[in-house]
Design a protein around this ligand. Structure first.
Ligand code: GLN
Length: 290
C-alpha cells in the first residue's frame, strides 16, 4: 500500500495557479489573481512569499488551495471564491447576489467626495446598492452626511447591510424597484443622487468574459432594449427629488456617454462628462439648469 502525500511550497503553488488560470485569463490577470489568492491563503505579501518560496503549505492551507483551485479554473471570479473584494482600500463581502465593485466606481465615489460641498445636513441617495460599496464609502468619507441606498434585490441589501456593520458605516438601506414610478416617488429629497445602474445592453452579453457573464448578477449588469432605461428614470426622479443646488452623479457605458449626456440636457440639466483611468467616458454629473 502506498500513500501519496501532496507537498506544496509557496513557489509551486503560485506557478501552478498561474498555469491553470492561463487558459481563462491573460498572463497579467492570471498572475494578479494568483498573487491575491496566495496572499489570502498564506497571509503573506509578495515579497515575503518570495523570501519564503520553499516554505511548504500547512495541511489547512493545502485544503483551502485545493478547494479554491477548481472553482477558479471553472471561471468563478476570484472575488466570489475569496468572498470579498477591495474597494477604496476596504474589504467588502461579496457573493453572486452582488456585482463585484470595480475600480471605475472608485473614481465615481472620489468625484462625489471631491466636487460636492457636503455639509452636515447633506442627504445622499445611492440607487442600486449591490455590495454597498458606494454608499458605505461615501458615509465613511463624509460622516456628517445622511446616506440612503436602495436596491430591488433583498439579497443585495442583506450583503450591503453586513458590510455596513463590519465597516461601521451608518447607511439606511431601502428595498425599492426604482423603475416603478410609484415606488421611487416614495423616496425623499436629496442633495446628491449617485448611481452605478445596470447599463450593458443584453446584446453585448456574449462579448463579455465568462466570469462576468456566467457569475455576476444579470439584474445588476444588463438592460434589455433601452440602454438608457435607468438614466431616464434617474433624470425624471431628479427633477422632483433634488434639493436646491443638488447634483446627480452616474456611472455610464462609454458608448452611450454622449446619448446619456443629451438625455439629461433635454430633461433640463447642465452636464459634465468625466473619463475613467482608461480614458473612456465613464461618469456624468448633472445639475438642474436654473
Ligand atoms: N452600486 C453597486 C456597485 O457599483 C451596484 C451596481 C449595480 O448593481 N449595477 O457595485
Amino acid at each position: 500500500m502506498s500513500f501519496i502525500f501532496t507537498v506544496m511550497n509557496n513557489n509551486d503553488a503560485f506557478y501552478n495557479l498561474v498555469n491553470k488560470l492561463q487558459p481563462l485569463y491573460d498572463t497579467k490577470e492570471a498572475t494578479a489573481i494568483a498573487h491575491e489568492v496566495m496572499e489570502h491563503i498564506t497571509g503573506l505579501g509578495k515579497l515575503q512569499r518570495l523570501m519564503d518560496k520553499d516554505m511548504s503549505f500547512s495541511s489547512e492551507q493545502l485544503a483551502i488551495y485545493e478547494q479554491m483551485l477548481p472553482e477558479l479554473m471553472q471561471g468563478r471570479p476570484m472575488q466570489y471564491v475569496l468572498g470579498y473584494a477591495w474597494f477604496m482600500g476596504r474589504k467588502f463581502k461579496v457573493n453572486e447576489q452582488v456585482l463585484i465593485p470595480r475600480p471605475e466606481t472608485e473614481e465615481l465615489v472620489q468625484w462625489v467626495i471631491k466636487s460636492q460641498i457636503i455639509n452636515d445636513k447633506s442627504q445622499i441617495l445611492d440607487i442600486g446598492t449591490g455590495s454597498g460599496c458606494i454608499p458605505i464609502s461615501l458615509k465613511l468619507a463624509l460622516p456628517d452626511a445622511e446616506v440612503t441606498s436602495c436596491d430591488i434585490s433583498n439579497e443585495a441589501i442583506a450583503v450591503a447591510t453586513e458590510n455596513a456593520l463590519i465597516l461601521d458605516a451608518s447607511v439606511e438601506f431601502i428595498h425599492c424597484d426604482f423603475l416603478d414610478n410609484a415606488a421611487r416617488e416614495r423616496l425623499g429629497k436629496y442633495d446628491v443622487i449617485v448611481s452605478n445602474p445596470p447599463y450593458i445592453p443584453i446584446t453585448e452579453k456574449e462579448s463579455l468574459h465568462t466570469n462576468v457573464r456566467e457569475y455576476e448578477p444579470a439584474m445588476a449588469l444588463f438592460v434589455d432594449d433601452d440602454a438608457l432605461l435607468f438614466y431616464k428614470a434617474i433624470a425624471a426622479f431628479g427633477k422632483m427629488h433634488l434639493n436646491n443646488d443638488g447634483a446627480i452623479y452616474c456611472e455610464l457605458h462609454r458608448d452611450y456617454a454622449v446619448a446619456t449626456k443629451m438625455l439629461f440636457e433635454q430633461q433640463g440639466y447642465t452636464t459634465e462628462l468625466l473619463k475613467d483611468m482608461h480614458s473612456n467616458d465613464r461618469m456624468l454629473k448633472a445639475i438642474p439648469t436654473k
